[in-house]
Each structure stands twice: as C-alpha cells, then as structure tokens.
Design a protein around this ligand. Sequence first.
Ligand code: ADP
Length: 343
Amino acid sequence: MKDSQELSGNVTGNKIVMSGIRPTGFLHLGNYFGAIRNYIRMQESNECYFMVADLHSLTTHPDTKSLKSNVHRVLAENIACGLDPDKAAFFCQSQVYETAELYLYLNMLAYKGELEKTVTFKDKVRQHPENVNAGLLTYPVLQAADILLHRASFVPVGKDQEQHLEMARNFANRFNHRYGDVFPEPQAFNFNETLVKVPSLDGTGKMSKSENAMATLYLADDDDMIRKKLMKAKTDSGPTEKNSVKPDYIENIFLLMGLVSAPDTVASYEADFNNASIRYGDLKKQLAEDMIRFISPIRQKAADILSNEKYLAEVMEKGAQKARVSAQKTMKLVREVMGLNYY
Ligand code: ADP
C-alpha cells in the first residue's frame, strides 16, 4: 500500500477527488493550508466532490440551533478562498441520502476494537466523557462512506486525517474482498511533500475550530485580532549561541511564516536566528502584517458571500444534484455486488 507522502504532488488530472469540512465553527489557517488550498488546485483538472460535513458535526455538536449559519459560513469561506462551485460539486453531506446507506453497509465491516483504537476517538472521549455516542465511535466509517460513495482515489486533507484514510482503505479492501471490486483505495493528498499540520499558537497541538480560540487564527479574524494573537504567541528571550536548535514553539512561528511570508523574509529571520541576533518582537510584527495581507481579502469576500443567502442556497442545490448522480451510480453497483437486487 502506498503511503500518502509518496503520492504527494503526483496528481495529473482526471482523478476523482473528495473531501469535507465540518460546520463546527469558523474556518482557520489549518483548514486552509491542510485542505482548502489543495481543493482549489485540484478542482482545475479533476472531478471534485467537496462537502460541508454536517452529519459528522452531529457526533460532537448535537445542538443544531447554529447549524444553518455554520453551514453557510463554511460554504462562504471556502468560496472566498477560491473554491469554484461551477468546477467542483460543492454540497452539504445530509442532502446526499445514499451516504447513510453506504455507512450502514460499511458498519458491518468495521470492528469495535479498531474503532476504539482511533486516535481522534480517544481524544474526543477524553475531552467529552459525557458524550461517547456510537456515531463518534463510527466516525471513520461515515468518513469512508463519504469518500467511497464517489469512488474517489484522492482525498486532500491535513495530517490529522491520515489514520482515518488508512481505515477507509481497510474498509474499501474488506468490501472488495467480500463482495466484489467496487472501490479504489483512497489516498490522503497534499501538493507539498508532506501532509500539513498547522500548529496552534500556544505551542500545543494543532489549530482547530473547536479548541483554544486565542491560539487559532480564523479566516474571519479582523486585523487587530490577528496582531493580538500573533504578538501573544509563545517565544523566549532568544538563542544565546549561534546555530542553536529551535524549540518547538519557535519552529511553529517559522512554519507559519513559511506559509504566508515571502521566502527572502523567512530567510532573513532564519539567518538572524542562526546568528543568535533575532528579535522575536520584530519577527512577530512582520508575521502579523504578512498574515493580515493573506487573511483580510478572504475575510472581506466571505462576508459579502455570507450576506447572499439566495446564492448560497443555489450553490447547495446545484452541488447536491451533482453529488447525487455520482452517489446513485455507486450505490447501484454496491447493491448489485452485495446481492441486494431482488427483482
Ligand atoms: P477542525 O479540526 O478544525 O474541526 P475539520 O475536522 O473540519 O477541522 O477538518 C477539515 C479539514 O481541515 C481536514 O482536511 C483537516 O485535515 C484539516 N485541518 C484541520 N485542522 C488542521 C491543522 N491545524 N493543520 C492542517 N490541517 C488541518
């Protein structure tokens, strides 16, 4: 089995691509660099299915009061980043009912032991011991259903999703082995050499929609908020010797700079670090200005799109229609090989 890194950068076009983002809050820099940036490149020459994963969000956010506005936000922010609903099928997961059917069949091929060992499941159990529901346990099965429903072979995601993709390959292989060859093996994909993990600003873990808001840069943050968050990012008094090894939290700041600043800016601060003459205050100020230049046009565009509900409804309707055509084709095949076609 090939690993995701091997495939990075090798998409030549005409592949089936699928991915999703949960509507659990404001999109952030991790969503952009882990997922959306790749969506935008892949939509040019591949058959792309991108969805707002509202069913997945129910596993951790059962209260649906703010679901509609969150769904709208994910749609608007993706489009503001450059996702084109005319090129890709951009839809809402719950509007493609075949997902639930395939999820049911795949659940019979997924084992309690392997599901309980999933890192994301164990994290969620730790965070919310009061809500360990079966949907949470079978989250990777639903994700596999989303992907396999379109017989996708490439899945642009961040590093946090690597294990889920491996499980999707296992479920696909088990299905193919038991019933007949229907599904390709889906691979996690990133255009860079490796899958991206955008770290949180407090030096622990990754940026995330639902955790520490001050340590995550949102695509909706205003300029002052971006400055404030970056100036608070963890640093120290600087290296005392030349060519020191960077502590993790400094490495993280350079990683963020590598994403949004010009290469010669990064190189100049790298040189300062290696000469033990770096001033972290200056580094963070520079990073803040570069980050603002990156985020603020997206924020403004997303706000415009968000105010146009009619347009968002049209996007969802058109996306769901495209996704249903592909889903129905797959499910016909699935029922046939499973022997569920009685007349
Ligand atoms: P979140 O964890 O913020 O709720 P989702 O689970 O909805 O995000 O993930 C949507 C996409 O964004 C996935 O492809 C995921 O791999 C990617 N992603 C989320 N956080 C990060 C991060 N900090 N760095 C890189 N990619 C990320």
